[in-house]
Design a protein around this ligand. Structure first.
Ligand code: GAR
Length: 212
């Protein structure tokens, strides 16, 4: 019951960051709904157990989610981490793992849930962007927030440059959140998450910076 299941659909860079977070590899299982997911190759190279569960082989979402839950339950994980898992999960699936299902999202939630977060951030002209690790609830990209990282949007940013800088931060905050959870340092109080014995800052982030 001290293990981790990581769900992916594609590249798997957040999965890689989680594999390097210090959890013994024999306590991790990676499951992909996409047989072509690049991340599967990396997980195999690390000798991590991998499972492919192609959603296209199942008649509907509920039946796929039930099959997925069966695979997950066989691992008896302490935590299930969505790492670029690009499928909407049914309410019954989410409720089954309430409080132990985490997600990483490339925006400062609750701003920009859904897809194309960086393009939408640029379009809105926001000055501070970032990423969020949160517990999953039935409402898409919504739920108690564990940690966020904020970065300035720079004048010449493109969708690609912004995505790359946010991704660097994703790779820092997701392993941290997972480590806190595995160490039982996370306390949920309604929609608020308390992390026990962590460093807190009260410094403001300015974007653009203030004149000297
Ligand atoms: C990441 O940026 C992750 O935050 C995002 O997909 C990307 C997956 O990349 N997830 C979502 O948008 C979920 N709503 P990765 O496969 O390299 O980790």
């Amino acid at each position: 019951m001290n293990s981790l299941v990581i769900l992916i659909s594609g590249r798997g860079s957040n999965m890689q960051a989680l594999l390097e977070a210090g959890i013994p590899k024999d306590r991790i299982t990676v499951i992909s709904n996409n047989p072509e997911a690049e991340g599967i190759g990396f997980a195999k190279k690390c000798n991590v157990e991998t499972i492919i569960l192609d959603h296209r082989s199942y008649p509907d979402r509920e039946i796929f989610d039930r099959a997925l839950a069966e695979k997950i339950d066989a691992c008896q994980p302490k935590l299930i981490a969505l790492a670029g898992f690009m499928r909407i999960l049914s309410d019954s699936f989410v409720q089954r793992y309430q409080g132990r299902l985490m997600n990483i999202h490339p925006s400062l939630l609750p701003a920009f849930p859904g897809l194309k977060t960086h393009a939408r951030a640029l379009q809105e002209g926001i000055k501070i962007h970032g990423c969020t690790v949160h517990f999953v609830t039935p409402r898409l990209d919504h739920g108690p927030i564990v940690i966020q990282a904020a970065i300035p949007v720079l004048p010449h940013d493109t969708e690609a440059s912004l995505a790359a800088r946010v991704l660097l931060q994703e790779h820092r905050i997701y392993p941290q959140a997972v480590q806190w959870f595995m160490e039982d340092r996370i306390r949920l109080d309604g929609n608020r998450v308390e992390v026990m014995a962590c460093v807190t800052h009260d410094a403001a982030v300015y974007s653009p910076g203030l004149s000297e």
